[in-house]
Design a binder for this molecule. Structure first.
Ligand code: SME
Length: 165
């Protein structure tokens, strides 16, 4: 069971996240290695929903700089400063940002011109420090909403030492 990659594109979104969160917890049971966890979460979320780009930007300089981490998809930009683009905004403000149409988000960084909508979720560690942001991009407008925000926040809560399934 643990070795499969789920395809949840046709599932009800809330049920999909519940299933995905359980699957991720099963695959990563006992693993406490951020690189392995980020790589595994990127792969499973990416293929579950068929996103364009799915992965992490890590905080390299507190309050200043993000650098790309494990991801799936086409080449992502290497570094993003806090406050720039969707990732930089989520990092600077410490909140999940859902962008329905990237053309209407001032300063959006287009690493892939096919990107139409995205969601960025902050990742907190056990000390309550921002350690990364998780970014998922879609080639469809309005691909993400509050269900994705809650589902992803639940999955990413493992980095803070809690699981919210
Ligand atoms: N879209 C992001 C940049 C990162 S990539 O698209 C992989 C942004 O505006 O923050």
């Amino acid at each position: 069971m643990a070795e499969i990659t789920l395809d949840l594109r046709s599932a009800d979104r809330e049920i999909a996240y519940k299933e995905l969160a359980e699957h991720i917890e099963l695959v990563l049971a006992g693993v406490n290695d951020p690189v392995a966890e980020m790589a595994t979460i990127s792969a499973l979320v990416h293929h579950a929903f068929g996103h364009l780009w799915t992965g992490f930007y890590r905080v390299i300089e507190k309050g200043r700089l993000l650098r790309v981490g494990p991801y799936q998809g086409t080449l992502g930009c290497l570094e993003i400063t806090f406050g720039r683009g969707v990732c930089g905004t989520a990092a600077a403000e410490g909140r999940t940002v859902v962008v329905e149409d990237v053309d209407h988000f001032p300063g959006h960084i287009a690493c892939d011109s096919r990107s139409r909508s995205e969601i960025v979720v902050p990742v907190w560690d056990r000390q309550g420090e921002l350690t990364a942001v998780f970014d998922a991009d879609s080639d469809r407008i309005g691909a993400f909403d509050q269900r994705d925000a809650s589902g992803l926040e639940g999955i990413l809560a493992r980095f803070a030492g809690s699981s919210r399934q």
